[in-house]
Structure formats: structure tokens, C-alpha cells
Design a protein around this ligand. Structure first.
Ligand SMILES: N[C@@H](CCC(=O)N[C@@H](CS)C(=O)NCC(=O)O)C(=O)O
Length: 108
């Protein structure tokens, strides 16, 4: 990945505590996996920023390389990759997501 793209990704991650790289938008997800993570984040009352990778081919490939993760959605909290849909849903069901979100948002 070139430096400019890496810098762009790091700027996005540095500007928001919780970032979801997804297909579509919060109000109009264009994939069921992305829709599930949006729903889960709403349930834990997360304030989160979304990036629609369907509108950005560079980021669509760049995030796969950056995270070493081949699919979307990709959830980042405090700049760190948390997981995709299956992981985030499992963490929510296991009660592990809420404390991570609360800590990132200064609610812990
Ligand atoms: N098991 C994955 C499901 C996500 C998935 O399979 N996403 C696919 C289809 S939406 C994807 O992003 N493929 C790569 C691409 O479209 O660039 C998860 O837990 O997030």
C-alpha cells in the first residue's frame, strides 16, 4: 500500500473513536453483514463514524491490506481492528462489546 493511502486511513482512524468501514451507509446499509454491525452498534449506544467503501475503490482494497482482513464490514475502536460481522456479533452476545465501546467513548 502506498504511503498516501496509509496516511489517509490513519487520519480516518485518528479522527473517530469508533469507525465502521462498511457497504452503504448507517441509514442505508447495502449488505446484510454491514446492516448487522450497524444494528449491534446502535444497541450498545455507540457513537460511530461510517465509511462507505462501495464509493471508494482505493479504500476498499486498502482496508483489506491494512487490516489483513478480506471482507467488510470492518470495525475499528480506538484505532485498532476489532473484527467483522461474526466477531462483532459474538462479542455483543458475549457481553464483551459494550465495555470496549464504553471505554473508547469515555463512559467506563
Ligand atoms: N464472515 C464475514 C462476512 C462478511 C463478508 O463475507 N463480506 C463480503 C461480502 S459483503 C465482502 O466484503 N467481500 C469483499 C468485497 O466485497 O470487497 C464477517 O464476519 O464479516
Amino acid at each position: 500500500m502506498d504511503d498516501q493511502l496509509r496516511q489517509r486511513i490513519e487520519e480516518i482512524l485518528g479522527s473517530h473513536k469508533i469507525v465502521l468501514f462498511m457497504k452503504g451507509t448507517k441509514s442505508f446499509p447495502q449488505c446484510g453483514f454491514s446492516a448487522t454491525v450497524v444494528e449491534v452498534l446502535k444497541r450498545v449506544n455507540a457513537d460511530f463514524h461510517t465509511v462507505n467503501i462501495l464509493q471508494d475503490a482505493d479504500l476498499r482494497q486498502g482496508m483489506k491490506d491494512y487490516a489483513s482482513w478480506p471482507t467488510f464490514p470492518q470495525l475499528y475502536v480506538d484505532g485498532r481492528f476489532v473484527g467483522g460481522c461474526d466477531i462483532v456479533r459474538d462479542m455483543y452476545e458475549g457481553g464483551e462489546l459494550q465495555p470496549i465501546v464504553d471505554k473508547a467513548l469515555g463512559r467506563a
